[in-house]
Structure formats: structure tokens, C-alpha cells
Design a protein around this ligand. Structure first.
Ligand SMILES: Nc1ncnc2c1ncn2[C@@H]1O[C@H](COP(=O)(O)OP(=O)(O)OP(=O)(O)O)[C@@H](O)[C@H]1O
Ligand SMILES: [Mg+2]
Length: 456
């Protein structure tokens, strides 16, 4: 492309230079010829006088030297009166240009002869008293001009060639510069497709590629996190399911291998098996709820509900559990509050949190549930004076399967899904759950749900 445009430009420039030179030359010769014609117009009519003849000759020769051209003067009968080359005097000379000049028109043409090269013929009429008395015919070689233009052409060609090579070189370097980040990114994507998640690309430029690389790195990190979560989840689920299953297996095997087992022992073992099955069921129920909440287009059944009645119902349901542990479960409300919620889901979330408060509070403790509004939110505060949560565990308690004390939870039968379910449900209501806790003193959970839920 560059070469083609250079060639076109080159041709255009040299053609222009040539035309300008020729035009200038033509103008110069025409002017000189006119001056000469004017000076010699009297000599042509008085040609008998010899002095005039020689004067004419000197004039013509001088002019010829000055403009480096051959000058021939003819009279109106085409007879050559003077020739700067002293060749045609006396003979008749017919040329297209002379004929035109004798007809009164100054004119010129350029020819390219094999032997002489480029030549310009210029002829102007010699006019005396409004009458054409002869013509001045000039022939000048244009070879100098053509040589100059040729030299210019050569220079242009050289410049074109050098600049084309330079541009080609530069575009190679530049193309490499541009494609390098792309190929780097392609490499990273290919590796990622082979399962190498979390890969990072490093791009040193400071442009859109850098932005692309940053976006890629964010995506890559996210993907590896999601992948890790998935793996952990599967591992956790298998582990949680295996524990009750192995208990069941152990219990049933010991029954099978013993002979003459007492009916009471049978019953006891079967009760254990039964409670393990309950535990399995609970885990699976919780998992199903989570899977359900994970669905992208989960449609919540929003209905205007008195939160007070909902809480009273929950308290009534959990009262026996608290009484079992001699824990006082109190409910305080400041006002009657009606908001739009999915009552079943919110009930599940609140139960999970109050259940925890009872579970993680020693016998004789106290759990208090309080309902109030704070700015645009309904707040359900669940406060206990139980074992509390260590500071470093607070950010993780809403994670799936996370338990602070794994050994203790085993005996209390938790799986670590309750809070993550509660969190998901409240999030779906555009609410939040905040925790304050001090180890050994107790914990307070704040469930906040917006009063004017934006359901759009
Ligand atoms: N009120 C509380 N006091 C002290 N620790 C708590 C309290 N609530 C939650 N925790 C801690 O947070 C962890 C996660 O709670 P979460 O409800 O998710 O699981 P879980 O109660 O162990 O099991 P489950 O799935 O049966 O609810 C608990 O294991 C416990 O260590
Ligand atoms: Mg729980």
C-alpha cells in the first residue's frame, strides 16, 4: 500500500515538475522570439541591403547563444532569411509551426526524436504594419529538462524504497507490539480451558489491553474461588452424609454379629439408628433448601404479614426446646409491624437463629427476642448470654458447613448450614444480618428487613 501510494505520488510529482519546466521554457522562448521578431521586422522588407543582412545575422546568433537554441528566420514565402546554424539560408522551410505563425498565430510543440531526444519547436509571426512579413522559428532541446526530471525521479524512487523498507520494518515491530498482549491472553485462556483456574496474565502496557487483562484476572480469581467453593461444598456434603451413615453401619453390624441380643439392647440400638437417620434427613432437608435458595429466578411468595404474629408463633414452637434446657425465652415487642415478606422463608431464617441461641447457651441461660423498627428497617434482635463466638470466626459463621467448634457441634448435632440458609433468605428480602458477640458472654443477631421492600 505504501509502495503503491509512493509510486503514484512520485509519478504525479515528476509529471508536474516536467510540465512546469516545459511551460516555463515555452514562455521564455515565446517571449524572446517576440522580442526578436519585433527587432527584426524592418530587416525583412529591406533585404537588398547587405549591412542589414549581416546585422540580422549577428542578432540572430546572439539570441541563439543567449537562449541556447537554433533560430531560423523565414519570410512570408517560407524562404529562410537567417539560420543560427548557417545551414538553410536561401532554401524554403515548411514546418507545421511555421505555417501557423505565417497565418498569424504564435505556437509551439514538443517532439521526441530518436536522434536528438526531446525538442520543442516555437514559431511566432513577424508583423509589420498589421501584416505578417515572416516568422521566427526556434527549436530548442529539452534534454536538460528531461535529465533534471530523471534525476529527481531517481531520487524519489530511492526515497520511496528506503521509506517503504523503514515503514515495513516499523509495522513489523509495531504489529508484534500489538499482538503480544493478545497472544499472551490467548495462552492464558487456553491454559484456563485446560482447568488451570485462577491464572493471572501480566500486561505491561497502559491501554485497553491492560484493562482487558485486569478484567480477565478478576474473572479468573472469581472462577477459582467458585471452583474451590464447589469442591469444598461437595467434600463437606460427602463428609456430613458419611458420618451418620457410618454410625448406622456400625450399629447395625454390631447387632448382626452378636448372638442372642437382648430385646432392650435391640431397641436402644434401633433408637440410635433412628436418630442418625433423622440427622441425615435434616442435613438433606437443609441442602435442598439451600439448592432451592440458590436458584437464579427464585420466586418468593410475598404477602403482607404481621411480623408480631409470626414471631409469637415461632416463640411458641421453640418454647419447649428452651424449657428443656431451662432457658428463659422472652419476646418483647414495641409495636405492631406489618411488612411484605415470604412468611414461610422468614420463619425458617428466624427459627435458625433463635435455635442457635438456645443451642449455644448453657442451661439456665436467657434468650431474648425483640422486635422494633429502625429507620426504614424492621429489626428482629435475638440476644443470648451463651458461649459467644470468637472474633476471628465471626466473618465465617455464615459460610456453608462452618462451625466454630467442630467437636462440640458434633454432640449438639449441627451441620453448619443454619446460618447460611438464614443469610440467603434475608438477602432475598434485600435485608442483612449483623452479629455482635463476645466469647463467654453471649451473642446478639440483628435481622434487618426493609419496610418498603422494592419488589421490582
Ligand atoms: N448464638 C450463637 N452463639 C454462639 N455460637 C453461635 C451462635 N450461633 C451460631 N454460632 C456458631 O456459628 C456456627 C454456625 O452456625 P449454623 O447455624 O450455621 O450451624 P450449626 O448451628 O452448627 O448447624 P445447623 O446447620 O444445624 O444450624 C455454629 O456452629 C456455632 O459455632
Ligand atoms: Mg444452627
Amino acid at each position: 500500500m505504501v509502495l503503491i501510494s509512493q509510486i503514484i505520488i512520485g509519478i504525479f510529482i515528476s509529471q508536474n515538475i516536467l510540465n512546469t519546466y516545459i511551460q516555463e521554457k515555452r514562455q521564455e522562448i515565446l517571449t524572446k522570439s517576440n522580442i526578436l521578431s519585433n527587432r527584426i521586422k524592418f530587416y525583412l522588407t529591406n533585404n537588398e541591403i547587405l549591412v542589414l543582412d549581416s546585422l540580422l545575422k549577428t542578432l540572430v546568433e546572439n539570441y541563439s547563444k543567449e537562449i541556447k537554441a537554433r533560430i531560423i528566420i523565414v519570410d512570408k514565402n517560407n524562404i529562410v532569411k537567417s539560420d543560427s546554424n548557417n545551414e538553410f539560408e536561401g532554401s524554403k522551410l515548411y514546418h507545421l509551426e511555421i505555417q501557423k505563425a505565417l497565418a498569424g498565430i504564435s505556437n509551439s510543440n514538443v517532439y521526441n526524436f530518436k536522434e536528438y531526444g526531446h525538442v520543442m519547436y516555437v514559431a511566432v509571426p513577424i508583423i509589420l504594419d498589421d501584416e505578417v512579413v515572416g516568422a521566427t522559428f526556434t527549436s530548442v532541446s529539452l534534454n536538460d529538462i528531461y535529465n533534471v526530471v530523471d534525476r529527481i525521479n531517481n531520487k524519489i524512487r530511492l526515497i520511496s524504497l528506503v521509506s517503504t523498507v523503514l515503514i515495513a520494518l516499523m509495522s513489523f515491530i509495531f504489529a508484534d507490539f500489538i499482538t503480544k498482549p493478545i497472544s499472551e491472553m490467548t495462552k492464558a485462556i487456553t491454559k484456563m480451558a485446560q482447568g488451570n483456574l485462577g491464572l493471572k496474565v501480566e500486561i505491561k502496557t497502559n491501554d485497553e489491553f491492560k484493562q482487558l487483562a485486569n478484567a480477565f484476572n478478576v474473572m479468573s480469581t472469581k472462577l477459582s474461588q467458585v471452583d474451590k467453593q464447589r469442591k469444598d461444598f461437595v467434600a463437606n456434603v460427602s463428609h456430613e452424609l458419611r458420618t451418620p451413615l457410618s454410625s448406622i453401619k456400625l450399629l447395625s453390624e454390631s447387632l448382626l454379629h452378636q448372638e442372642k441380643v437382648d430385646a432392650l439392647v435391640y431397641k436402644e440400638f434401633l433408637q440410635d439408628i433412628d436418630s442418625e437417620i433423622d440427622r441425615l434427613n435434616n442435613i438433606i432437608d437443609d441442602l435442598l433448601i439451600l439448592v432451592d435458595l440458590d436458584k437464579e429466578k427464585l420466586t418468593l411468595d410475598f404477602k403482607t404479614t404481621y411480623i408480631n404474629f409470626l414471631l409469637e408463633k415461632i416463640i411458641a414452637r421453640l418454647k419447649p426446646l428452651a424449657e428443656n434446657k431451662k432457658i428463659s425465652l422472652d419476646y418483647i415487642e414495641r409495636e405492631k409491624i406489618q411488612i411484605k415478606v415470604d412468611a414461610n422463608k422468614i420463619q425458617q431464617a428466624v427459627i435458625n437463629i433463635i435455635h442457635n441461641a438456645i443451642k449455644y447457651t448453657p442451661e439456665g441461660g436467657r434468650v431474648e427476642v425483640k422486635l422494633y423498627t429502625e429507620r426504614d428497617y424492621v429489626v428482629i434482635r435475638v440476644k443470648d448470654n451463651g458461649i459467644g463466638i470468637p472474633k476471628e470466626s465471626l466473618p465465617q459463621i455464615f459460610d456453608r458447613f462452618y462451625r466454630v467448634d467442630k467437636a462440640r457441634s458434633r454432640s449438639t448435632g449441627g451441620t453448619g448450614l443454619g446460618l447460611s440458609i438464614a443469610y440467603q433468605i434475608v438477602s432475598l428480602h434485600q435485608g442483612t444480618i449483623d452479629v455482635e458477640s463476645e466469647l463467654g458472654k453471649g451473642s446478639t443477631f440483628y435481622i434487618k428487613i426493609p419496610i418498603d421492600l422494592n419488589l421490582a
